[in-house]
Design a binder for this molecule. Structure first.
Ligand code: DC
Length: 233
């Protein structure tokens, strides 16, 4: 029988839009054989529902109570379903991009997502990415990283990503969306985007993808935890 474990292992990666959190978190999860959890996908899922129901905040509580959303997290992907319909692509639409920061600033939405995040992380070892995971959702996480990069570098990365998916966007549009979301996410009253005091900050502006992943894995490998020993290849 394996040794008694205190609880599941929790690694969080917070940071602003376009800092490379998703790709980095997925690769860390893949190499360390952990599950990957995308908290932004939850905010996006609720934003999709909010828009679908006519942006009516008075109906939000009912919507949150009976949302019908299902999130599937694996080591390399996050899938979102509304009932039987997969909405993984829909939650990345322009309209969701434009409204998600406002919806994510609503207290009732944050409470629901916080509960869901704690539920999905209860029984499995996970790498989670978000904005307030190290400060609010998992203040006792085993490892906390804050991944950041110069705003122009972040806008360019998001632009390349969207062009790579065949979307028709301009760099100006992407830059404006990233700047607006940074501003709303960092200045909201509840759980703003913020580095936890005990998070390790990694500025990825001049790092390659491999370098940023390696830094995180090396830090994890070299730091013993009370929870478990991770086998990283
Ligand atoms: O990581 P993302 O771009 O998919 O996140 C979408 C939005 O969700 C982001 O603009 C702010 C919000 N968010 C949040 O407020 N807290 C989190 N832990 C994760 C995302």
């Amino acid at each position: 029988m394996p040794g008694k474990r205190k609880r599941s292992l929790i690694i969080v990666i917070d940071g602003p839009a376009g800092a490379g959190k998703s790709t980095t978190a997925k690769e860390v999860a893949r190499r360390a054989d952990l599950d990957y959890v995308d908290s932004g996908a939850m905010y996006r899922g609720f934003t999709y529902l909010y828009l679908k129901h006519g942006k009516d905040r008075s109906r939000l509580k009912d919507l949150l109570d009976s949302h019908g959303l299902r999130f599937e997290f694996h080591s390399t992907e996050a899938r979102v379903y509304h009932g039987d319909t997969e909405i993984t692509g829909d939650i990345r639409s322009d309209s969701v991009n434009s409204h998600v920061s406002d919806v994510a600033a609503m207290e009732e939405v944050r409470n629901t997502v916080r509960k869901l995040l704690r539920q999905v992380s209860r029984d499995s070892d996970v790498v989670l990415e978000g904005r307030d995971l190290g400060t609010v959702v998992f203040p006792d996480a085993d490892f906390k990283f804050f991944l950041t990069a110069d705003p122009e570098a972040r806008a360019l990365r998001r632009y390349d990503e969207r062009i790579g998916k065949g979307e028709q966007v301009s760099l100006d549009q992407v830059r404006e969306n990233v700047e607006t979301r940074d501003r709303i996410d960092s200045n909201r009253d509840i759980a703003p985007l913020m580095k936890a005091d005990d998070a390790v900050e990694i500025d990825s502006t001049f790092l390659t993808f491999e370098e940023q992943v390696t830094r995180i894995l090396q830090y994890i490998r070299n730091t013993p935890t009370a929870t478990t020993k991770i086998d990283i290849s």
